[in-house]
Design a protein around this ligand. Sequence first.
Ligand code: CTP
Length: 402
Amino acid sequence: MSLQGKRILLGVTGSIAAYKSAHLTRLLIKSGAEVQLIMSASALDFITPLTLTTLSKRPVYSDFFDKKSGEWNNHVELGLWADLFIVAPLSANTLAKFANGLCDNLLSATYLSARCPVMLAPAMDLDMYQHPAVRDNLRKAQSFGNILLDAESGELASGLVGQGRMMEPEHILMQIERFFHHKADFKGKKVMITLGPTQEAIDPVRFISNHSSGKMGLALANSFKSRGAEVYLISGPISIAIDSADFYLTQVKSASEMYQAAEAIHGSMDICVFAAAVADYAPAKIAEEKIKKDDSEMSIQLKKNVDIAFELGKIKKLGQIHVGFALETTNEEAYAKAKLDKKNFDMIVLNSATEKGAGFQHDTNSVRIFRPDGKSLDSGLVSKVQVAELILDEIKNIPVWI
Ligand code: CTP
């Protein structure tokens, strides 16, 4: 896919991963883009401007004034020139500036002046990336409309293993290509996504639930939205904030509430994705008052919940696409295929319950996608954003897709 004629501003900040920006520059130039680099002062400690100037065939800017020529590097002009501004790697420090509107160098001034979409590819050490201050700044930066290219998992410069590596340049290139070329391939489609866990009340203060974070469902929602779809979310209780300006959002607690909300809109949907981890059972009776303990053991009688995907699968209309998820610990493939069949899915996404970094709570996932024709596809361990993109691409391969 060519990026011919696209103008890309590439910001580089102080991080060990700065060496990868040379490779990213090369990839972007090779695919036809014009690349203008802006480096923060601390990025200069990690990679020389000479390398990046040579690869981009343009002078690299790092200050408001070019010390040699005395020329003024106009951040407003730079911001207006670009079709896309990407900062890779993005350090915690520059992220904090972006999230809070600080402006003390050419890079942050250009960020504040840019009218084009902005992509952020953070690179940090394990604990730094998970620090509440960083998480908060990432959320804040995303709430401004910036696109997060989430850090990948693997060995970090510190020797620790986990999430924090800057997304690989090849993956960044893929995201940029998708951004320019697939932008509207779901335009006109209505998509319903169930996500998160359900909570089944035992009494006014207790419930049965599971560890689903809603991250996979939300990654899908963002992908559909960015590719032009109208997205209807039916979400169980999750802690990640959902921007209600971007989606039609219905918040529910129990499986039966989720079913009612899904059933109400199902008929007008083109695509339904069942990403929720719906509790299969609920207490047969909800105690009106808080249950008090006594000296004996206690047990709770459970009743079966409605199977939302199964019920809606029975009334699936011609041309409608249903996508299901499965999380298994044994006989993974056989169970997933049985669910594909039983629930009338057009595709099922099998989450690995055993692979490190995949499944509930993680930002990464590893899935295998099955289609009714027996074909399957492995994603490998990648970010949930990439899994979402892959699922959307696969939906387009379903024969009923028009
Ligand atoms: N699902 C649903 N309603 C339920 C249970 C599951 O809509 N009450 C959907 C899930 O959102 C998922 C698919 O069905 O897309 C499979 O869910 P899973 O929990 O793996 O399967 P179950 O049918 O509940 O089987 P089991 O828990 O026994 O593996």
